[in-house]
Design a binder for this molecule. Sequence first.
Ligand code: SF4
Length: 324
Amino acid sequence: MEDKILLEVKNLKKYFPIKKGILGTQISNVKAVDDVSFSIKKGETLGFVGESGCGKTTTGRTIIKLYEPTEGQIIYDGQDIAKLSPRHMLPYRKKMQMIFQDPYASLDPRMTVGDIIGEAIDAQKLLGKGERNDKITYLLKKVGLNGDHGSRYPHEFSGGQRQRIGIARALAVDPEFIVCDEPISALDVSIQAQVVNMLEDLQHDLGLTYLFIAHDLSMVKHISNRIGVMYLGHLVEIGESNELYSKPLHPYTQALLSAIPIPDPDMASKNKRIVLQGETPSPIDPPVGCRFKDRCKYAKPICSQVTPLLKEVGKDHSVACHLY
Ligand code: SF4
């Protein structure tokens, strides 16, 4: 990992309008990502965790412009790409790729694997036919498949192999930055570690930078240099992985981490699981002040009035909570 910042996200918002009636009058917004700021260094893996619907996937999709941001800056290698037109975005599309959660749904069943991987090369007009085929063979081997698998169709492969094809497709345009959107959660437990290890090897060989979005808190710790915790569209804590896991500060992070199963029975008996009361509020009408306040046992009057901002509390460790 280098010291150079590759991506800096400042005050990012992504709202989805809710419309009503024949005229489609906008009546409200789903505030999926609401004022999120963070940065990622070149060669780093930043993990993002949080419950389903917290905004982590929307953040990933917005920073590579699969969604247009509502507000905020996305500074990639010194250039704010948030408002770039599709034409001016083209060179960045090549640098920023995504690996999707569901390897079954993300591959077109009517296309051969070679054409799935080659499609991105064709769209970017990168190579002639011979070089294109050589590259497809190289990529298939790079992700642990046979070089001659290009003529087969996705249904001929297992779930783990399909995810490898999805990874080869993302690598086809020689990206620098990849959003890995829960790349292992649809896979059998026995092959999850293989895919994670392969992603680590690829990062090492190709100098890749990852935003790794995950449900599995053990796996995300294994692969990430730092971890960000999202709750209801806000980033509530971010820090170096070991520090965050050994010293979680935000009450929500503490609850999330307390739910990780511990294999050692002695250690497990000392670990008290924190069971959160209540439901996550709606992102259409999030609470004023701290969004976690209705589920937090430490809540105090200020928590209902003032939104806590991310505050640095140590080296590479920031938390958004009025307790700090
Ligand atoms: Fe709890 Fe208040 Fe901290 Fe929110 S700001 S997590 S309500 S103590």
